[in-house]
Each structure stands twice: as C-alpha cells, then as structure tokens.
Design a protein around this ligand. Sequence first.
Ligand SMILES: [Zn+2]
Length: 178
Amino acid sequence: MKSKKSRATTFERSEVMRRVRSKNTGPELFVQRALRQRRIKYTLHAAALPGRPDIVFPQQRIALFIHGCWWHGHACKRGNRPASTNHEYWKRKVLRNAVRDRAASRALRKDGWRVWVLWECRLRSSRLQQLLRAVQPRGEHGEKKGHPSQVAQVTAASRAGSAGHPGRRTPSASRSSR
Ligand SMILES: [Zn+2]
C-alpha cells in the first residue's frame, strides 16, 4: 500500500516539475519571505498530513495550500487557460487535482485544522494579509501596549477612592479595602 502511494506521488511530482518548475520557487517563496519578515514560525510540506499542505502553522493549527491557478483549476484567467496540447488529458488531470484538494481540505478540517488556500493570482491581495494576521504570534503584536497601563490606572483610581465606583460588582472587595 505504501509503495503504491509513493509511486503515484513520484509520477505526479515529476510531471509537475517538468511543467511548472517555477511553481516551487515563485509563489511559495514569496509567502515564506513574508512569514520570515514577521518572524512567524512555520513548517514546510507536512508530509504526514492529508494533501501535504505547502505550509503548516502547528500552533494555530492552520494548514496552508499555495495553489497554482492552472494546476488546481482556479476560476480565473490563468486557471481557465487551455493547454496547448493534449487538452482533454490535462483537463482531466486538473479536475482530479481539484477533487483531491477538496478531499484533503475535508480530511484536515475533520482533524481540527483550519484550511487556507492562497491562489497564485491573489498572492498580492488582502488574503495574504489576513493570513499573516491569523498566524501572527499572539505574544508580540496581539497585546496592545496601552492595555496594561490602562488597567494600572483603573486600579490606582479604584484604590484612591473606592467610594467613587458605584458600578463595582464586588462589594465584598470594596468593603475589605476600607
Ligand atoms: Zn487564479
């Protein structure tokens, strides 16, 4: 069973490599660079996961696919471009890819992963920014700087005049402070 699977994968990959060499350098590296710039940790090509996502964020449990529009049948100009030769053959192949993509997404979601797809043609859209926000480590930018000092101010104010806080829900606390 294992050998059957790996044979199929090798066949698949050699074809992909032949046709779109730049696929593994262009869009994927573009995203990786954006991640590195923000010091976001990621894992590449998680082979153990369904569909082998291009990039995985284990902490946030987000699996990211960076899809070439033509190869994965995106409904865009690039995705709709007909193959120059063997049109039917490639059409079937792309269709199979799309079916496999959907199955992989389903399997990942079932396992509790959030699945993101970045299409090649939309790498520069706000979608990438959304993803970057979603995977940004919470400790660094998630906490606003003003927040802790605000809390400190409130605490100081309540300590200074606890009587001036009619809205307080802890009467026992204000009683004990007196
Ligand atoms: Zn596209």
